[in-house]
Design a protein around this ligand. Structure first.
Ligand SMILES: Nc1ncnc2c1ncn2[C@@H]1O[C@H](COP(=O)(O)OP(=O)(O)OP(=O)(O)O)[C@@H](O)[C@H]1O
Ligand SMILES: [Mg+2]
Length: 345
């Protein structure tokens, strides 16, 4: 544990598979960028990170390597994760003298080794002290739960790589599950569907755009379709094609059901008093995938519980981490400890 006063900039950071979001005092969210790194292939030197690197997806010359090093909210490529987080910390801190204090998200239920790897990256990337908070708990703090109150709140955070489900009471997790299913799986499945059923090859970005534009967990009243560009798998020639919302919905249905299963699994093992609270106040849905058409209504049908999406659904986890840093004693009282590089090593 570290008893030093916090003198560095306090940063709440949501480290996701798809996006990194960071919030600081007085300014709120100051960074929300894709978790993509562009590297010089030979030397490993950083060319760019975030939005500009993301725009290179599928369009890179051979000399540039693109990577998303933060897999399912953890760190798949240690060294590259450190480079990515360092670039973002430098953007946030600019010329500040003191090292920042970072509270960052982690998926619920990860191993100690996985936790250690995330902390190692954040500290080597330039943080003076760091602490990790389960993503759905951070989201609960971000939507404004009262951490003192014995009252159950269910948070479902659907991101690119993971679906985190947690029931929170008195500022702590009562029951949680993290399933490795999210928006990335849907993008992959849309790609495979178009290849196998339509003989069309599309890039990852096109698949993601189709999901966001016309995909859904529920059928829309009106019939809609999108026109996209791809390649004919038979002759490799470029072509325009039309695809309907129905086809995309069909392709992603299993993923949507897997997400719902994670929610019902948690409800099944949640004590009755907490379930009563959840039924009274509804399930809170956040993360980028909460924008998928009809996902809230679909979860309502499956669980019979009202679903609410907060206005800032993609920012709540970073804001919750910042809140945890600012609320005196919250972290200590709930068993979260700051770690420095010296402690870790
Ligand atoms: N309008 C939209 N419709 C459908 N999906 C969307 C929309 N906007 C964003 N998404 C999806 O949300 C996902 C990113 O969400 P988010 O930023 O919460 O993930 P993350 O925090 O990076 O990942 P994780 O928490 O799983 O590690 C992507 O799969 C993206 O395609
Ligand atoms: Mg996330």
């Amino acid at each position: 544990m570290c008893g030093v006063r916090m003198i560095g900039l306090k940063i709440g950071m949501d480290i996701g598979t798809g996006n990194v979001t960071a919030a600081i005092d007085g300014k709120g969210v100051v960074l929300c960028e894709p978790a993509v790194l562009a590297l010089e292939r030979e030397t490993g030197e950083v060319i760019d990170a975030g939005k500009k690197a993301f725009e290179m997806t599928g369009r890179c010359p051979d000399a540039i390597k693109l990577t998303r090093p933060l897999l399912s909210g953890g760190v798949a490529e240690l060294e590259n994760s450190e480079k990515l987080i360092r670039t973002f910390l430098e953007r946030i801190c600019k010329n500040k003298i003191f090292k920042p204090v970072v509270a960052a998200t982690m998926p619920a239920g990860i191993t100690n080794l996985e936790k250690r790897n995330i902390l190692d990256c954040i500290l080597k990337a330039g943080a003076g002290k760091a602490v990790l908070i389960e993503e759905p708990l951070a989201a609960a703090l971000g939507i404004g739960i009262n951490p003192e109150m014995p009252y159950g709140t269910m948070i479902v955070n659907i991101g690119a790589g993971t679906t985190g489900v947690a029931v929170v009471t008195m500022g702590s997790i009562a029951v949680a599950k993290s399933a490795t299913v999210g928006g990335d799986d849907m993008d992959r499945i849309i790609k495979t569907y178009l290849k196998n059923n339509r003989g069309i090859e599309v890039g990852r970005l096109t698949a993601e755009e189709l999901k966001q534009l016309i995909g859904g967990a529920k059928v829309r009243e009106e019939t809609i379709a999108a026109v996209a560009k791809g390649k004919d798998t038979a002759d490799g020639m470029p072509l325009f094609f039309e695809v309907t919302a129905q086809e995309i919905n069909f392709a992603i249905r299993d993923c949507v059901d897997e997400i719902c299963k994670a929610i019902t699994d948690v409800l099944e093992v949640t004590p009755p008093e907490l379930v009563k609270d959840i039924t009274d106040s509804g399930i809170f849905l956040c993360g980028g995938m909460s924008k998928l058409y009809g996902i809230d209504k679909y979860i309502e049908e499956v669980t019979g519980i009202r679903v609410k999406i907060p206005g800032n659904e993609s920012h709540v986890s970073a804001l919750g981490c910042l809140r945890a840093l600012n609320e005196e004693n919250y972290l200590k009282q709930n068993g979260y400890h700051f770690v420095t590089l010296e402690i870790l090593e």
